[in-house]
Design a protein around this ligand. Structure first.
Ligand SMILES: Cc1ncc(COP(=O)(O)O)c(C=O)c1O
Length: 446
């Protein structure tokens, strides 16, 4: 099947009708218009393809913002969901075989210390559970996050948000939340050398922690995305997480890795932090592809952390049985079908093709990625590196041509790609042709 296939220029007639009904029913603040002012109105989807209500076929390089590593409607996940749906949907305040099996499978992916799990419904909830555990465990309250960070939109997780525009207008959030520059090699204030970026960032945190005049009092936790997703697909330089671990050990700080987007083989390892050897966090926050497209998240906690009275964490639908069945099936698919290796080799193929575009477009500042978390950072010119904040415009143009990508970055100047790991090389070839067309149009306008 030829994809994309745009038979009616987007937005087609049925899409336009649905958009007006969407606008009547959904608040403007919702995410439906995140990719384009003309939302895609999906009818059905399979693998990396989405069909809209007008019969147009789109190539999906967003995959539910990383929640569909196995693609849309993977048959094994569909079977597991249908099977569980006829048995039992929900088991709050009790155990269930499918949930236990799911948790056993999840824990089998980790090395290092013994761990246990608390399930939630979404990434924001899991991030907040992690913060509460860290605060209870240490008896301290301050949290360190990074510029450009994204840990969710609920009030607590929003406090960690590294993009000010998302926090504006809400008033006070969790007091004592500190933001430190993310080790963002392309724009590091410590220079574009990996070692200076790592050591400069670590020294800065060390200075704040140890200088009594810094205003930092009692830091309970440091939370970081091993690859920043919404911030613009920025991998931490290899070696940074190890140094952060040493710093946390020195100051008795809980180290939290948020792998909501980067987890489950997306970066070429089961979890992105596993690109570094012998670096284990105290808590791992998971969501999105944990369940192949159903509401579920997890906080995986080092068992040395003993805090919490029974019954203090969780929520009504946290650990919902249908989601757990989906999760168990999804994790089996990731393992049986070698998703980590697939993401690694397809990611390398994709990056290589994108790098070949760099000489053609002076607006490409940086091309980067780890596995299938890939980004193109746009600038006005390479020397000044002034951000060209046209990512939303690019995603609108790409959508019209049948490709879903998403606009991200600290300055909304990054074209971000999170294709499902089931894509084929031909899908990448097609996507790159569309990206080239979009960049040509944007360059001509700039
Ligand atoms: C790294 C990271 N953490 C947390 C979240 C929040 O997850 P959710 O939208 O499921 O609450 C996201 C969402 O994009 C994310 O990318």
């Amino acid at each position: 099947m030829l994809v994309p296939k745009i038979s009616h220029p987007h937005p087609g007639p049925k899409t336009l009708d649905a958009i007006s009904r969407l606008k009547d029913t959904e608040m403007k603040a919702s995410l439906s218009f995140g990719m384009s002012k003309n939302a895609l109105i999906a009818k059905n989807a399979f693998g990396s393809k989405i069909e809209d209500v007008d019969g147009n076929l789109f190539l999906d390089f967003v995959a539910g913002y990383g929640s569909l590593n196995a693609g849309h409607c993977h048959p094994k996940i569909v079977d597991a969901v249908c099977g569980q749906a006829t048995q039992m949907h929900q088991a709050m305040s009790m155990g269930s075989e499918v949930r236990i099996k799911m948790q056993e499978k999840l824990l089998s992916f980790f090395n290092g210390p013994k761990r246990s799990v608390i399930l939630g419904t979404g990434g924001s909830e899991a991030a907040e559970i992690a913060l509460k555990i860290a605060r209870r465990e240490t008896g301290k309250s301050e949290i360190v996050a990074f510029t450009g960070a994204f840990h969710g939109r609920t009030l607590g997780s929003l406090s960690l948000m590294g993009r000010k525009s998302q926090r504006d207008g809400i008033g006070s959030l969790i007091p004592g939340t500190r933001h430190i520059p993310y080790p963002y090699l392309y724009r590091s204030i410590f220079g574009q050398n990996e070692n200076s970026c790592i050591e400069g960032t670590i020294s800065l945190i060390e200075e704040f922690l140890s200088n009594p005049s810094s205003g930092w009092g009692n830091v309970a936790a440091i939370i970081i995305e091993p690859v920043q997703g919404n911030g613009g697909m920025i991998p931490t330089p290899i070696g940074f997480l190890k140094r952060l671990r040493e710093l946390c050990d020195k100051h008795s700080i809980v180290l939290i890795f948020d792998e909501v987007m980067s987890g489950f083989c997306r970066t070429g390892r089961t979890f992105a932090y596993q690109h570094e050897v012998e670096t284990e966090p105290d808590i791992i926050v998971l969501g999105k592809s944990i369940s192949g497209g159903f509401p579920l998240s997890a906080c995986v906690v080092n068992s040395d952390i003993v805090s919490s009275n029974p019954g203090t964490e969780g929520s009504t639908y946290g650990g919902n049985l249908v989601s757990c069945a989906a999760s168990l099936a999804a994790m089996e698919v990731y393992e049986d079908e070698s998703y980590a290796d697939r993401a690694k080799s397809l990611g390398e193929y994709f990056l290589k093709k994108l790098v070949s575009l760099k000489d053609k477009f002076h607006i490409i500042g940086d091309i980067r990625g780890r596995g299938l978390m890939v980004g193109i950072e746009m600038v006005e010119d390479r020397k000044s590196k002034i951000p060209l904040s046209k990512a939303k415009k690019c995603s609108e143009k790409a959508l019209e041509k049948g490709l879903l990508l998403y606009p991200g970055g600290h300055h909304l100047n990054v074209l971000a790609f999170l294709p499902p790991i089931v894509i084929e090389k031909e899908d990448i070839d097609t996507a790159v042709l569309i990206i080239e067309e979009v960049l040509t149009e944007i360059s001509n306008e700039s």
